[in-house]
Design a binder for this molecule. Structure first.
Ligand SMILES: [Zn+2]
Length: 374
């Protein structure tokens, strides 16, 4: 809630935006910022705080964790193996030994069937702790568990694990809400104000990443949105005998087909007269579902209108989170890629690139939070 949309932006905002720069340029810029300011106090302070948050460390990678198994968990696994060996031994005496040692001390190892069971139980406990006990840190996790697709989650983890250290740390702090926003700094006693440098709203993570009206007017969020759109449009130009329209410089504008009243982000007309209407949203995690529903509602009439002119009209509702997580409504994006004859490997590559661009552009938006566009 409180997020400003990047889709209903007007033409003047679009002109103000720096336009879709090459992703390479953007990435190197993001690295520079962190490297140029190694002594920034806020980062050091956040460092000491993040070490106390162990849930992301213990969760599996497909649930945004680091998949680290603690020695204490390994110990329980070893005990489970040794207890099972006694219980299921072909030797009756050994079985008896298991029975007489099934005392209080051992009974909690006997509840597990195998070592996988131990891991499952430990992780479940951590998931519950995240979702129920940690209100602030757990909100990211709850949004993702409720509104994203599980197949995309494992893909996300694979991209995250290959990020440079500074951006990887950014994602972990983002998930735990321990980034040095003014709201957090004032909570930690390190800042006298919790307000944004540009407007009077509290500078929360949502505000910096997707909510600040000044940032929106300056085109910072539009730049992130258009970076993803630019990648998609460039990739889809490779579809044979098709015509592409994209609402960014360098492409024919979708208004050629739809008019200016409703202008989707991207249109693709294939050789068998199928029209794909793709609408892209990059919003905060808690708004994945709200954004997807709003877009579906908004384009319903347009889809019906276009059905008179094309053999098939397909609406692709690509709702992404600012950290690159795909919302459930994006499932038909997969369908579009396979209809366009993208094999599984290439379609995985496309999705990974999208995740990468979202994370890196959000990182850049965050790093630039104290600076004017200039
Ligand atoms: Zn602001």
């Amino acid at each position: 809630m409180g997020e400003l949309t990047t889709v209903e932006r007007n033409q003047s905002q679009r002109k103000q935006s720096k336009g879709p720069k090459g992703v390479v340029e953007l990435i190197s810029g993001a690295n520079e910022i962190a490297e140029n300011k190694p002594g920034q106090m806020v980062y050091v302070d956040a460092d000491s705080l993040i070490t106390r948050l162990d849930h992301n460390v213990l969760l599996p990678q497909n649930k945004f964790g680091l998949n680290i198994i603690l020695p204490s968990t390994k110990f329980i696994q070893c005990q489970t193996v040794s207890r099972s060996a006694l219980k299921y031994s072909p030797n009756v005496d050994i079985n008896n030994l298991w029975a007489v040692t099934s005392t209080n001390k051992n009974v909690h190892y006997d509840i597990y069937k195998d070592t996988k069971d131990v891991l499952k139980a430990v992780r479940k406990e951590n998931e519950q702790r995240l979702q129920t006990h940690l209100i602030s840190q757990g909100s990211f996790f709850s949004s993702i568990m409720n509104h994203s697709t599980s197949t995309f989650n494992s893909l996300w983890s694979s991209v995250q694990s290959k990020l440079p250290k500074n951006i990887f740390n950014f994602t972990i702090r983002y998930i735990n809400n321990t980034l040095p926003t003014r709201k957090n700094l004032s909570k930690w006693g390190l800042s006298s104000t919790s307000d944004c440098s540009f407007c009077s709203s509290p500078e929360t993570l949502l505000h910096v990443i997707a909510g600040c009206k000044t940032y929106l007017d300056e085109g910072r969020f539009t730049w992130r949105h258009d970076s993803v759109l630019n990648f998609l449009a460039c990739t889809l130009t490779a579809v044979k005998n098709s015509t592409i329209y994209a609402d960014i410089p360098g492409f024919m504008n979708p208004s050629v087909i739809t008019g200016d009243r409703l202008r989707p982000d991207l249109l693709l007309v294939t050789e068998n007269r199928c029209l794909y209407i793709l609408e892209l949203t990059v919003g905060y995690e808690s708004n994945l579902l709200v954004n997807a529903n709003r877009k579906r509602q908004k384009y319903r009439d347009l889809i019906n209108e276009q059905e008179a002119d094309y053999d098939k009209v397909k609406f692709v509702n690509l709702s992404l989170s600012t950290l690159g997580v795909f919302g459930r409504s994006s499932e038909n994006f997969d369908g579009m890629l396979s209809s366009l004859k993208c094999d599984a490997k290439y379609s995985k590559y496309i999705k990974k690139q999208i995740v990468n661009i979202c994370i890196r552009t959000s990182y850049y938006v965050f790093c630039k939070r104290k600076q004017g566009v200039g």
